[in-house]
Design a binder for this molecule. Structure first.
Ligand code: ZN
Length: 88
């Protein structure tokens, strides 16, 4: 594994019979959004497509900015609905 200037490197994961290469962070983990399955590039931007949720010791799951905004909006709508029902 060769590390770039920002500490990122590339590893190859084998999912079924199709190997795929993804960047890994300075800790050696592929970062993937658990909601949309996009994988982070060398700059930490979730832009790389994946065939689904990656599994294994070298993958960590988080939440991309797009999914975070969507989840926060959904939580706010729920909060507003509860406040209306509870007359708060
Ligand atoms: Zn996402």
């Amino acid at each position: 594994m060769i590390r770039g200037a920002a500490g990122w490197a590339i590893i190859t994961l084998v999912m079924s019979d199709q190997p795929s290469s993804y960047p890994v962070d300075a800790r050696g983990f592929v970062q993937q959004c658990a909601w949309c399955s996009l994988v982070a590039d060398e700059r930490g931007r979730y832009v790389l497509p994946a065939p689904g949720l990656l599994q294994g010791w070298s993958v960590t799951h988080g939440c991309c900015d797009s999914c975070r905004r969507r989840l926060e909006a959904a939580m706010e709508r729920r909060r507003q609905a509860r406040c209306t029902l509870a007359s708060c």
